[in-house]
Design a binder for this molecule. Structure first.
Ligand code: MRU
Length: 379
């Protein structure tokens, strides 16, 4: 990891962000996470030697974002298997660490199913653990490939929807290399547009209360050399009214069978604003984020997070103060109740297009979603 502050103008240009990696030191295999609670102040590794540590890392958002949660969950199963823990128990704990991003349960299920199939076929524990690890690696690689394809499809879609000459794109939360095996989902598209010289400005919502936009998207945008501007979530409306937004690009944590999109809280108001101002609202997500078993938006479980994230300004890591989980600077009277859903749900009729690794669906309909998923199943 770089010794200097990652955003220091004098510092070397750091390598591409690697959000997690599997390592096998002599003491035994570990899953190493780039601790996202400490970005952008510090690039610090969080080494998980067991599943409870990984579950805590997921809950505290040290590792986060739908596709990466799936990858982490799959490696978590491999970790349990390699270290001789109960794989079923580990899979259950991991799959339920956070409820909304369907990728988490998907990744866990894939690695656990591979492990169990190997055992049924007569593999010993070590051989089955190797099979689980191979499955996690396969998911990691597939996600990186999906990211590349989404970037290409998303860029082509924007070329169709917007006039040439430089796009002003607004994004919410963080959807880049910090959530993915590759360059990300929505932010991968933005990076492709930037590389093609077509990004006039990236508007970055700060994303209250945990500031994934300010801390993480701005961090990735700065590293990529993009022209970006940070705004409070509340400032988006006046930006649309001033005609300063050409398109909204966001990711998704779960897409229901009818095309309803659960994503970071604050996404739905952006969709309403975009519709009012006739601006395309585009969701970018791999098909692993589509959950055919969830029929519609109301059936999506939205994670409720602790109230102190709202009543206190809880910057997860404050270098000057040190890291004290769950504490911050109080901004409300003691005892104030807070409403803190981590996600909201945007109905399909407000979504201009959903871009996946298999192409875009627009308008967003249940049939269109089902067709994309069938392309995914047929490889
Ligand atoms: O609570 P987080 O930080 O895990 O939420 C992440 C998001 O909402 C992302 O926008 C979402 O996972 C889509 S990016 C793949």
């Amino acid at each position: 990891m770089a010794d200097q502050h990652p955003l220091s103008p004098e510092g070397p240009i750091p390598p591409a962000v690697l959000a997690l990696r599997w390592e096998e030191p002599p003491e035994g295999p570990v899953l190493v996470l780039l601790d996202q609670t400490r970005l952008p102040a510090e690039e610090v590794d969080l080494v998980c030697t067991d599943v409870p540590a990984l579950v805590e890392a997921i809950r505290s958002l040290a590792v986060r974002g739908a596709p990466l949660l799936g990858i982490a969950g799959a490696y978590g199963v491999a970790l349990a298997a390699a270290r001789g823990f109960d794989v079923d128990e580990a899979a259950d704990a991991l799959a339920h660490a956070r409820p909304t991003a369907v990728n988490l349960a998907y990744g866990v299920r894939r690695a656990a199913a591979a492990y169990q199939a190997a055992i049924r076929e007569g593999a010993d524990d070590a051989q089955a653990a190797a099979v689980a690890l191979a499955e996690a690696r396969a998911l990691h690689r597939e996600d990186a490939e999906a990211s590349d394809r989404m970037a290409a499809h998303g860029q082509a879609l924007l070329d169709e929807l917007l006039p040439a000459g430089g796009h002003r794109i607004l994004t919410h939360c963080n959807t880049g290399a910090l959530v993915s095996g590759g360059e990300g989902t929505a932010l991968a598209v933005v990076k492709a547009v930037h590389r093609a010289g077509q990004l006039r400005r990236l508007w970055v919502d700060e994303t209250r209360p945990l500031l994934q936009g300010a801390r993480l998207t701005a961090y990735e945008a700065a590293r990529a050399g993009m022209a970006y501007t940070l705004l409070t979530d509340n400032a988006a409306g006046s930006l649309f009214a001033a005609g300063e937004v050409d398109a909204v690009l966001i990711g998704a944590d779960r897409i229901a069978a009818d095309g309803s999109v659960a994503n970071k809280v604050g996404s739905y108001p952006l969709a309403v604003l975009a519709r009012y101002h006739h601006v395309p609202f585009v969701v970018v997500a791999p098909t692993t984020t589509v959950d055919p078993a969830t029929p519609h938006g109301a059936a999506i479980e939205v994670e409720q997070r602790p109230g102190h994230e709202v009543t206190d300004i809880t910057i997860p890591y404050v270098p000057a103060v040190g890291h004290v989980a769950g504490t911050g600077v109080p901004v409300a009277p003691l005892g104030t109740q807070a409403h803190n859903p981590a996600f909201d749900v945007t109905p399909p009729e407000l979504v201009t297009a959903i871009v996946t690794e298999h192409g875009a669906v627009s308008p967003v309909t249940a049939d269109g979603i089902a067709e994309l998923c069938s392309r995914s199943r047929s490889g």
